[in-house]
Design a protein around this ligand. Structure first.
Ligand code: ZN
Length: 419
């Protein structure tokens, strides 16, 4: 027995050695070629994923779907086409060619309708992963009309090499169209539209004050309504609330409502809680994959949990969920969000308590609309007695609303002036 094992092992070992030798020889010509941007080394499709490997960093990838026959195309800027490809899973055949001097085009011919449900470059930017999911023909047609989605490798916009993969997936829920919220204000769609999102709701109370038992979901709804009323006085903006009753709304639906309405600004209202009863004051957050600090990171994790009930992620586990890719690097949107955050802090300071270093950022799901400037306003701490008294009072809510309304007005005045 021992002898047989010995031989078996030996056979395996020499086979492995042979494979390694083959790989070294196979890789050699590629390594010897000077890297010009990134050449496509290999494309492989298996069940559920397509991996594209490059020998250098490319600029970006644009993914889109085409019908008749069904296929998915990926244009990679800063890349040269290669020859090596292995089809599999839903992908029947893979083609690649040099589309223009700077762009390689990969076409995945589909054996059955499938959509890209997520995509990310590896941390070193040298491989691109597309997650594929088989879908019904109607859903495939939907993605065809959606157009291109851009994915950028981390190196292209970060000075420091990122330490983890860059996720750019967010589910879209197709049921959003059914119950769009009411838009209040003048019936003139040339006027800017602001969507105010009252955090939490329904079974999800958010933070609970240890002082009087006030619930974050009630405080945020009262503030949201107060902001709406305050803004409508000007007659120069339109306003919609993601919820105007005590109901639960999945985080993705909140920003998708804003997108569906073509909103110009999205503001999510919250009230924090901290272990220390001393923690006090408001903070404005904008989106970033990398958090500005530990506290912001923990807060985002806590707020993102709103989607999870009894271990079930309501944001991602719905049969009606299809997906889109979000380009987090849409700098224009992020710059506008950051500008608004500064403006809000400026307008809030005379009206309410604001923390020092109060513009922070982290990866909040609710801020992930790629095309709607978005901020999350933690209006204060329900764990702090003075804050909860202020935020739960009509006077306090009115002051927060005034701060927001002022900031919104200045924001749009600037945007119009800049045109
Ligand atoms: Zn909250």
């Amino acid at each position: 027995m021992g002898r047989i094992n010995f031989w078996t092992k030996n056979v395996v070992r020499s086979h492995t050695r042979c494979m390694i030798t083959t790989l070294i020889f196979a890789a050699f010509p590629i390594c010897a070629t000077p890297a010009m941007g990134g050449a496509i080394q290999q494309i492989s499709a298996q069940d559920g994923a397509v991996i594209v490997q490059f020998d250098g960093v490319v600029d970006r990838a644009d993914v889109f779907a085409l019908a008749g026959p069904d296929r998915i195309a990926v244009d990679i800027s800063g890349a040269t086409a290669g020859t090596s490809a292995f089809a599999g899973g839903a992908v029947q055949n893979i083609r690649q060619r040099q589309f223009s001097a700077n762009t390689a085009r990969i076409v995945l011919d589909l054996a059955q309708p499938a959509v890209v449900t997520g995509a990310n470059f590896s941390a070193d930017g040298k491989s691109l992963r597309l997650n594929l999911q088989s879908v019904a023909p109607a859903e495939f047609s939907d993605t065809v009309t959606r157009g291109k989605t851009q994915i950028v490798p981390p190196m292209a916009f970060r000075a420091d090499p990122p330490k983890r993969h860059y996720e750019v997936t967010a589910p879209i829920r197709v049921n959003v169209g059914k119950g769009l919220p009411t838009v209040s204000g003048p019936a003139d769609d040339r006027l800017p539209l602001v969507v105010i999102d009252a955090g939490h709701g329904g079974h999800d109370p958010g933070a609970i004050s240890p002082h009087g038992g006030q619930l974050e979901k009630d405080v945020t709804l009262a503030i949201a309504k107060s902001v709406r009323d305050e803004m409508l006085k000007s007659g120069r903006v339109r306003v919609a609330l993601t919820r105007d009753t005590d109901k639960f709304v999945v985080l993705q639906d909140r920003y998708q409502l804003a997108r569906k309405l073509n909103a110009d600004l999205f503001i999510s209202i919250h009230a924090d809680s901290a272990e220390s009863p001393e923690a006090t004051g408001g903070t404005v957050y904008t989106l970033s994959e990398v958090a500005s600090d530990r506290e912001a990171q923990r807060l985002a994790a806590r707020e993102n949990k709103a989607n999870i009930i009894n271990g079930v992620n309501l944001g991602g586990a719905d049969a009606n969920v299809s997906s889109i890719l979000i380009d987090l690097t849409q700098r224009e949107t992020m710059n506008v969000s950051a500008d608004f955050a500064k403006l809000l802090l400026r307008e809030a300071t005379p009206n309410m308590r604001i923390r020092g270093n109060s513009h922070r950022f982290a990866s909040f799901i609710v801020l992930k609309a790629p095309d709607t400037p978005s901020v999350l306003f933690e209006t204060g701490y329900l764990s702090n007695e003075a804050d909860v008294t202020f935020l739960a009072s009509k006077t306090g809510q009115g002051k927060v609303a005034r701060a927001l309304a002022n900031a919104i007005q200045v924001h749009f005045a600037r945007r119009i002036a800049a045109r």
